[in-house]
Design a protein. Sequence first.
Length: 614
Amino acid sequence: MCGIVGYIGSRPAVPILLGGLKRLEYRGYDSAGIAVGNGSVGVFKQKGSVGALEVALQASSSMLGDATMGIGHTRWATHGDPSDRNSHPHTSMDGSIALIHNGIIENYSALRTELRSQGFEFASDTDSEVLVHLIDSIWSSCPELSMEEAVRKALHHVDGAYGICVISGRDPQRIVVARKGSPLVIGLGDGEFFIASDAAPIVEHTKKVVYLSDGEMAVVTRDGYHVKTVGNEAREKSVTELDFDLEEIEKGGFEHFMLKEIFEQPVTMQEVMRGRVRHEDGFVRLGGIEDYLDRIRDARRIVICACGTSWHAGLIGEYLLEEFARIPVEVDYASEFRYRNPILDEHDVVIVISQSGETADTLAALRLAKEKGALVVGICNVVGSTIARETHCGMYTHAGPEIGVASTKAFTAQVIVLYLLSLVLSKDRSLSRHDISLYLRELGEVPEKVSRILELNDQILEIAREYVDSRNCLYLGRGYNFPVALEGALKLKEISYIHAEGYPAAEMKHGPIALIDEDMPVVFIAQQDATHGKILSNVEEVRSRKGRVIAVANEGDEEIARLADHVIYIPSAAAPVTPLLNVIPLQMLSYHIATLRGCNVDRPRNLAKSVTVE
Ligand code: AGP
C-alpha cells in the first residue's frame, strides 16, 4: 500500500518528509511526491523511488526548501499506472489544495462523473484525485468553511478506504488528516508534529504517538492537534510510547532487510518466549488472553483467519492446536472467509493472524466474526495496529519491526505464539505438566539450532547458483511441514519471480508429478519422523522422472544423500517444532536465488508490506 507522511513545526519540512518516505518505501515504491505549504502550496512529484525524487528536487530550482510544513507520499499503484501524473500529491485545479491518499475510493467513478459535470478537469487516472476536487467543490461553494469542515463534508460522499492528509494555502499552517481502513499515526514532538502511515518514520523524532481509529480525523498545527470523528464528535486519544528504537529499523550492516531479519531469528524467537515461558518446570503463560482462557478452552471450534505467510502460520497452528489442545480447528483465507457468510456464534473462537495488523481482508474477517458473536483473538507483530486494537484479546509476536516485504522472522514468531497457545490450552486437559515441560524444552533449543542452520549460508548460496535460471520449482513436505513447503514456495515466488508451488508430498502423484522433468527443481522437506520412508519414496518418484532434488534433511540421514542432488543438513527436533527449523534454509535459498537474479528482495515488484485495501 502507499506510504503517507506529514510534518508541521519549525524545521525545514523537505528533508524530514523525504527521510520519512524512505522509511515507508517498503509499503509502496512506484512513485513519490511532496507538497509543502509556505502560504501557497508547492508540489514536487514523479514516477520512481524516493531517492530519485530527492535527486530531482536538489537539481530543480523549486522554492520548497524553507517551508516548515508539508506532506509526502510513496505510491503502490491501484488505479492508474505508475507515472508522473498519477503520483501524489494531487492538487485542486487552482493548485491551492494538495492531498495525498492511501487506500481505494470505491465510488470514484461516480464522483468523477459528477465532478466532471461541474467542470472539474482531471489530471490523472487515479481514484484518489476525486477527493481533492470534491473538497474544492464543497469549499468553493462555501468559502467561509474551514479546511477541516470542507474535508469532513467531502468525506461524507466517499465510499472505500482512505488515509489522507490535506494542506491548503486557503487555510495555511495546518494539516487535516482522516482515516477509514488505512492506518494513520500522529507523532507528538516538542512544538512539532509528525504524521505517518506507521511509526517507522516517526521513531527517530519522538516515541510519543497517537493512533487514529477508523472514522476519525484530526487537525494538526504547530500548537497541537485535536481529533474528531467524521461525524464531528470530539475524541480524546491516549498517547502510546513506541517500544522500538531507530537501529531496529536500520539494516545493521546487512545488504538487505530480509537477510538481516532472517539472521535476527535466534534473537527474535527468544523475544517471543521472554516472560511467557520457563522451560525447566513447564511454566507457560500468555497474559494477553488470560481473561478469556476458559472461553477459548471451551470453544466448540477455533477458526484461524489470515492472508499470505500468516495463513501458512495458521495452518501450522491447526496441527498444533488439534494435537496439543484437542480443539477442532479450521483455517480460512481471510479474503474468502469474509464473503462466504460463515456459520459462527458465541461458542466459536476466531484467531486472526497478521504481522502488520493492518491487512484489510483480515481486518474485515475480524469485524465479521465480532458481529456474529465469536470471541476474536489476535496474533500481531505491530504494536498498536488496528487489528491489535480491535480484537477482544491477543498476543504480540515481539519480532520487532519487519521491514523486508517478504515476511521471515514474523512467521517464525507467529508459529511460536501458536505453539505456546496450544500448550496453554492443553494444560490440565490433554497434556501433563511434564509433557508440557518436554515440549517447552524442545522449543527452548530452537534458537540455538537456528543459529547453527544460519552457518550454512555459504553452502545454500552455492546451491542457489545452480537454480538461478529455473522457471519453476516445486516444494514438498508432509504433516507439520506441508505448510512450510507452501511458505518456501511463496518466498521464492514473491522475491525471485520464479513460479513455485508447495504441496503435501503425497499429493504429488495426483497431478503435479506431470510437471516433473530435468528442468523442474523439487525441494523436499525430508524430516526424519514417521513419514521419512514415505518421503524417500516420493524422492525416488521424482528422480525416476529426472527431477532435480534439493532436500532439507536431518544430520546423519545418509539415505537421502544417495537420492538428492543437494542436501542441506539441519539439526533434528521433535516434529511440532520442526517447521521453525526447516523454514530457515528455505528463506535463505529464496533470498540467494533472488539476489543472484538481481531482484530487489526488499522491494519486490508489485508487492507491498501491508495490504490495506481489498
Ligand atoms: C509475505 O511474505 C507477504 N508479505 C504477504 O503474503 C503477507 O504475509 C500477507 O500480506 C499478510 O500480511 P500480514 O501478516 O501483515 O497480515
